[in-house]
Design a protein around this ligand. Sequence first.
Ligand code: SF4
Length: 458
Amino acid sequence: MKLPQTHADAAADFLKDTERSHWHDDTLWHVRSKRDASAEKIPEWEQLRTLASQIKNHVLSNLDTLLLQFEKNATANGIEVLWAKDAQEHNEHVLRILEENQVKQLVKSKSILTEECGLNHFLEDKGYEVVDTDLGERIIQFNKQVPSHIVMPAIHLKKKEIGDIFHKHLGTEEGADDPQYLTEAARQHLRQKFIQAHAAITGVNFGIAETGGFVVCTNEGNADMGTHLADIHIACMGIEKLVPRAADLGIFLRLLARSATGQSITNYNSHFHRPRKDKKMYLILVDNGRTKQLGREDFRNSLKCIRCGACMNTCPIYRRSSGFSYNSTVPGPIGSILSPGMDLKKYSTLPFASTLCGSCSDVCPVKINIHEQLYKWRQVITKDGPPQASKKWAMRFGGQVMSKPRLFDLMGKMARKSLSISPRGFVYNSFNAWGKHRELPEVPKESFKDWYKKNRNK
Ligand code: SF4
């Protein structure tokens, strides 16, 4: 699927289906409401957020030493630790491991990092069978799409559509859309894949520096099923996913599930420390632009993200325009501050896909100042980004008018006059994106300034 280039274009595509857009908005708002209800039950919620934010500050300030400590302990546990500077190196590590172990089929649990690295396509092009085992991921893999949400990858699809996809790929009854029936069909299908696979790939939610172990959180137990049945476990981890101590996990696990879906706890929080007897475990630590982001003072704390998705569920733009409109592995508000750091030109429209209402920052469990960073990126893009001549001229003109009171009054008069006599097409035309979905209020006969002069002494 060729994605449109700008956020506005892609959002316009999604908004053509008004019913889906409303339904998507309502569905995600429901998840946000569940998050609120769940958080409100914890009196110390705000302290947890503050603690998590401070721990992540510590991690980012000591990332070099903590990573080395983590590597040392993981290696001592019998895990083979590999480093990848970018997506290509990550994918090549995985390929080499599969080649060395003569594995052709593998199962994968949900990992945003492997999406970021384009691992599936890389391996499929080389003849490997990669099966995503998270139910939502498997649905979009069948449908040849990318995830539209980091926690609920198929949230853009309705039951009926999933029924059609399963009918086509799994041979379920035509028209069947009962979730239990469809889930059972997926279960039987995936069970076979789990049994056949010799390698399992997982992401990592938290790496623990003091133990060299790591934690993978899933609601379906698919990471556990894959890693327990396969001889080889390859865990792929962004270098920012560290916590210093095992004791820190309690804070993050309480925040993660509640922020993501409103659950008290994720169903499976699986701790991995070492390979089982006669099995192999690999851990790939991936940079892929993270150290660059760490060096950007205004944006470094975006690396605190624990990928709960709460900022997406609350964002009025994301809810209405869907994850596809961002054309980025991580969509929504956090994606809009991470992606420009990866490719400023490609993602230059994302920081503008926000009302700057601050709701994302309010719900973020690690207190990332997302809306402030969106605003900062806008300043960077306006200054250093690709030229947007129309915007630059409009801003220059606006600046001139607003800095000269007489000119401002004159322009106001002219605008009121011309708007009251102009044909409708003068304002509502294809050049005016603003007017496509909005109506101007009735044009007043006089300016507020004139009205105030006449009425201030009454
Ligand atoms: S930025 Fe915060 S709210 Fe958004 S996904 Fe990351 S941790 Fe969750």
